[in-house]
Design a protein around this ligand. Structure first.
Ligand SMILES: Nc1ncnc2c1ncn2[C@@H]1O[C@H](COP(=O)(O)OP(=O)(O)OP(=O)(O)O)[C@@H](O)[C@H]1O
Length: 375
């Protein structure tokens, strides 16, 4: 297995920049997820790592070797497009062994490798069965077997679970991560689904308009979003943004939002007066009659153990996640207390997070690099 290093990677299609100066390292054996909305450049990045698309600029190193200009088949990478595509007329053994047969490997070695792979996936009892009679989960395991039997340097997967229904997808998320824990293959996985990304990844790169907005662990990305885009894209419901103005000074630990004083993590930089936003996740808000930040209950969404409550304030709707036992009626007035150790501050113009006592370690990828554009 191998480390993947991407340096200043760029791809232009004519005058359209699909990937703009991407930099990241996928450690040996890591499960890395590229997450972002449709068209943000995930697949293009993956295809460049695979060697299916040549970069306009930058470098790709695989296990320390520069492979930027090498053809796909010289890179020893397994590209899993669609986990479901099996050969229906072949049995499980032949399906898994097919890539080795295509490489011209001797039969006895194929047999050994196929059996070892089937054991790893716990489908060794199915080897002589026809794939057409298999249940969905087993079919997916056979398809995975076919990808891992070659023992490539790394795996690239492009929305492999995209076509599955929710229940089966949840199962496969668990299965893929489990398999990864057993074989530790360096993996790059592309998805637009935050749930898949959060539950599988060791590291995530959140992309938007060809730019990596943040690179980090799922926890770093959720707790300390580097930009408003990341804060909004991750989390369900997403982070609330409460507008405020007037700038910030280094050392400040309080701001005024909608006429209420709110304690914030100590600010570590001076910000000239501008439109700002305080970002707070719904679960970091609680009801507090003493709070000056107030509003009226607009609606509730009951979720069993918690409920999402929409509160109409003078600055717009704020959503809070509170215990389901609290009884509320539309129109009730409530005060809102924000957990000062969990909130983020953003500059609205650039969208980047302000450096504070809890945001010090965040690297602000991309926020100052502009956006992908034509021309
Ligand atoms: N061969 C091409 N020629 C011109 N434009 C392209 C080409 N391939 C991709 N693009 C454009 O580059 C942008 C990024 O595409 P890409 O497929 O990498 O996005 P993505 O994040 O993977 O989205 P999706 O999930 O929809 O595939 C899109 O706007 C797309 O239209």
């Amino acid at each position: 297995m191998a480390e993947i290093r991407v340096e200043h990677l760029r791809k232009a299609f004519g005058d359209f920049i699909a990937v703009q100066d991407s930099n990241f390292v996928v450690g040996d054996g890591e499960f890395f997820v590229m997450l972002g909305p449709s068209g943000c450049g995930k697949t293009t990045t993956l295809r460049m790592i695979a060697g299916l698309e040549l970069p306009t600029g930058g470098k790709i190193l695989l296990g320390g070797e520069d492979v930027t200009m090498r053809r796909a088949r010289e890179r020893d990478i397994a590209f899993v497009f669609q986990l479901f595509a099996l050969y229906p007329h072949m049995n499980v053994r032949k399906n898994i062994g097919f890539p080795l047969l295509a490489q011209g490997m001797p039969g006895i070695e194929i047999r050994r490798r196929v059996e070892e792979t089937a054991k790893l996936l716990r489908i060794d009892h199915l080897l002589n069965k026809s794939v057409s009679g298999l249940a969905g989960g087993d079919r997916q395991r056979v398809a995975l077997g076919r990808a891992i039997v070659r023992r490539p340097k790394c795996f690239l997967m492009d929305e492999p679970l995209g076509t599955l229904d929710t229940e089966f997808r949840d199962l496969m998320i668990h299965e893929l991560r489990e398999l990864h824990n057993r074989i530790h293959a360096t993996t790059v996985y592309v998805t637009h689904d935050q749930m898949e990304a959060m539950s599988m990844a060791d590291k995530i790169a959140v992309m938007n308009h060809g730019v990596i907005e943040q690179f980090g662990t799922p926890r770093e990305i959720y707790d300390r979003p580097a930009t408003m885009f990341v804060a909004d894209f991750i989390g369900s419901p997403p982070m609330n943004f409460l507008g405020f103005g007037g700038g910030l000074s280094k050392g400040a630990s309080e701001i005024v939002v909608q006429g209420a004083k709110v304690a914030v993590p100590e600010v570590r930089e001076d910000i000239a007066p501008a439109d700002m936003a305080l970002g707070i996740r719904p679960e970091h808000i609680r009801f507090d009659d003493g709070s000056k930040l107030r509003g009226a209950i607009y609606g509730t969404e009951y979720l069993g153990t918690t409920q999402i409550v929409a509160v109409e304030t003078s600055g717009g709707i704020i959503k809070a996640r509170v215990p389901a036992e609290i009884r509320l009626n539309p129109g009730d007035q409530v005060g809102l207390a924000l957990s000062s150790t969990r909130l983020s501050l953003f500059e609205k113009g650039s969208g980047r997070a302000v450096r504070t006592a809890i945001h010090d370690t965040v690297i602000h990828h991309g926020a100052s690099q502009g956006r992908a554009h034509r021309g």
